[in-house]
Ligand binder design. Structure first.
Ligand SMILES: [Zn+2]
Length: 465
């Protein structure tokens, strides 16, 4: 998943021009060739193309001289993950993990203007499924490994690069490749992970960078089912109790309820940083809330914006309804699906108890679907922030850098839940209206693709020291 924040409010600030880069170094030519190949693999669920892509990546590494024992594969059903390890000189230092995912959300060629599985460069963009989410990250890691190998770079700390095979589909699968990666002996002692699949910069409409965001936490994704059962009967003889009416009242109550405003150091830093680059009353509310999270008026103003409501509280919303079995029968069963995005450090069970109290009807059964993964906040460590900021400033001097809380759920939470603090940091800068991950005409600005190579290379060199 890729959900670079779409902070599309005004964006009047920022006056830093991105320096132009020449795009013709041998590394860039090689990276572009790899990008072309990886986009051509339809690595969506059911296509079984991930192992073929892994073979290609492996061959590319091997023919560049990467030793066979630096590479291992972790198969899982039709897909597979690949780990590549550059051994460090200090065996007592914990390894550092880099991660990208190779699978994509399927794109149907008949729905696209261009072939989604062919890399097409047009008007300053690379088009194709996975260009943004997350094959640019795959290529940035490949390019970094190849460059380090060519330079005979010996990091002090072991660097492990994880190419995940099913991020889009199997976060709940116990044998999904992300969980296998997190549990692998090369990875499980990692001090932290850098994920290429989120985090990045926002550009103003004129292309100037406004802010760079590092993803340091995710809300817990949990879905609940509200069910009312009733003995039913013939519709010509209505009873006072009715499963649909009971459920409808419960759903209205859920819709009217607002979970309490919450914040932590990470969300305050994030909202404050966005507030500084957001003009007008919206920016003022963000700054006020960051300074004083008890400021109810500021919290209220922020909650009115769909971009930020999720950063200030747990949210739950009804997403599906299912009730009755015949038009002339009283309903025996009515079910509502309620999807919640739970604020960090709040338990799934606490939210379930709150839903039970909100619907206030003992006839309604509230149960959680599946086994949501709860992940802790990865506070942005000052040393990591410094390295990321230095790298970002090489290409966007002076742009503010801030952590952020993601409202969704991605493979980062699997690493965090496994005890590996994780920060998502890609080198991609885009405008909010350039965000087409999972959608039609997915694209990445050509400059962002090449800058992303440098970003991951910079981080690997600096963090590996
Ligand atoms: Zn992704």
């Amino acid at each position: 998943m890729k959900r670079l924040l779409c902070v599309a409010i005004g964006l009047a600030f920022a006056s830093i021009a991105i320096p132009a880069t020449a795009q013709s170094s041998p590394e860039q030519v090689q990276a572009r060739q790899i990008f072309e190949r990886v986009i051509s693999f339809r690595t969506s669920q059911g296509q079984g193309q991930v192992p073929a892509m892994v073979s290609y990546l492996e061959q590319t590494l091997r023919s560049a001289g990467v030793p066979a024992d630096w590479i291992t594969k972790l198969p899982s059903g039709e897909t597979t993950a690949m780990l590549v390890r550059i051994p460090g000189t200090d065996s007592s230092a914990k390894p550092i993990l880099f991660s990208a995912h190779m699978d994509v959300v399927d794109a149907r060629p008949e729905d696209w203007k261009r072939d989604p599985y062919k890399l097409i460069e047009e008007n300053g963009y690379f088009y194709g499924r996975g260009t943004l989410d997350n094959k640019a990250g795959v290529v940035a890691m490949m390019s970094t490994i190849l460059r380090l190998q060519k330079a005979n770079f010996k990091p002090r700390r072991t660097l492990v690069f994880a190419f995940v095979g099913d991020e889009e589909t199997s976060l709940d699968e116990p044998d999904g490749t992300t969980r296998q990666v997190a549990a692998h002996p090369w990875v499980k002692t990692a001090e932290y992970a850098i994920n290429t699949d989120a985090g990045g910069g926002l550009l103003a409409p004129d292309g100037k960078p406004i802010i760079y965001l590092v993803q340091g936490a995710e809300k817990t994704y949990a879905t609940f089912e509200l069910t009312v059962t009733n003995q039913g009967g013939h519709s010509s003889r209505p009873r006072p109790d009715n499963a649909i009416y009971d459920l409808a009242k419960a759903v209205i109550r859920v819709g009217e309820y607002r979970f309490p405003v919450m914040s932590n150091a990470l969300t305050r830093a994030y909202l404050g940083a966005v507030g500084k680059v957001t003009p007008g009353p919206a920016g003022e509310a963000l700054r006020k809330f960051a300074a004083d999270p008890q400021d109810a008026a500021a919290a209220e103003a922020i909650s009115a914006s769909p971009e930020f409501v999720g950063t200030t509280r747990t949210t739950c919303v009804a997403t599906m309804l299912n009730a009755g079995h015949a038009e002339n029968a009283l309903p025996q069963k009515a079910t509502a699906t309620v999807n919640c995005r739970i604020f960090p450090d709040v338990s799934v069970d606490d939210v379930r108890k709150q839903l039970i109290s909100i619907v206030a009807n003992p006839k309604i059964d509230v149960k959680v679907i599946g086994a949501p993964v709860v992940s802790p906040v990865s506070e942005l460590r000052p040393d990591i922030e410094r390295v990321i900021t230095q790298s970002v400033h090489r290409r966007a001097p002076g742009v503010p850098v801030s952590p952020y809380l993601e409202s969704g759920g991605t493979d980062r939470l699997v690493y965090r839940a496994a005890g590996i603090p994780t920060w998502a940091s890609s080198g991609v800068f885009i405008k909010p209206d350039e965000m087409f991950a999972h959608g039609l005409d997915e694209r990445i600005p050509v400059k962002s693709f090449y800058d992303g190579l440098e970003h991951i290379h910079d981080l690997a060199v600096a963090l590996g020291k």
